[in-house]
Design a protein around this ligand. Structure first.
Ligand SMILES: Cc1cc2nc3c(=O)[nH]c(=O)nc-3n(C[C@H](O)[C@H](O)[C@H](O)COP(=O)(O)O)c2cc1C
Length: 164
């Protein structure tokens, strides 16, 4: 077990961009959660909205086993004020084997406490959390907050990987 895995779920590119930014800071490897059955277009949009709202899960695929990494960063958009069904599915499948994890969430509007709490409920032992509006991405304070987030992950990874 070593290093950092950054896992993202992507719609329009914001989560992917954040995943690459944090991965660069932490020298991580990246994996994407992909829907198996969600169609493109309006129907897919509506399905994502509906499934997030009703807290459904989804058939997904991804490549890497989070159990092999010292730390995992989940990057996700907020959908209907909630967690996308695919991210929910990923966490239900993997939270038991994830150690030293944190999450970064992004949305159109300032993220409400209620939405934040939903992520925390699924990742109750997170060691780092960061919420950003997508319009703030690339501004100086975005990079500053990302660096603070990275520090919290880095300190654990350096300690654990050094002790092996
Ligand atoms: C189906 C759907 C529902 C959304 N619901 C919300 C929401 O409830 N609140 C919000 O602030 N943004 C909402 N958004 C906006 C996304 O969270 C935002 O655009 C995010 O940056 C998208 O990330 P992505 O490019 O990785 O998909 C929604 C977007 C989609 C497609």
């Amino acid at each position: 077990m070593s290093g950092v895995l950054v896992v993202y779920y992507n719609g329009d590119g914001n989560s992917e961009k954040i995943a690459h930014d944090i991965s660069t800071k932490l020298n991580g490897v990246i994996d994407e959660i992909r829907d198996v059955k969600v169609p493109k277009g309006t129907f897919g949009y509506m399905k994502n909205l509906f499934d997030a709202y009703f807290e459904n899960t989804e058939s997904i695929e991804y490549e890497l086993d989070p159990a092999k990494y010292t730390s995992i960063v989940i990057v996700s958009p907020v959908v209907a004020g909630k967690i996308p069904a695919s991210v929910r599915q990923y966490l239900l499948d993997n939270i038991g084997k994830m150690e030293n994890y944190g999450f970064i969430i992004n949305s159109n509007y300032t993220i409400k406490k209620k939405s934040f709490k939903r992520y925390r409920d699924l990742m109750p032992e997170s060691i780092a959390e960061f919420a950003t509006k997508n319009t703030d991405i690339d501004f100086e304070f975005y990079y500053k907050s990302l660096e603070d987030f990275a520090d919290r992950i880095r300190i654990v990874v350096e300690k654990e990987d050094d002790s092996e």
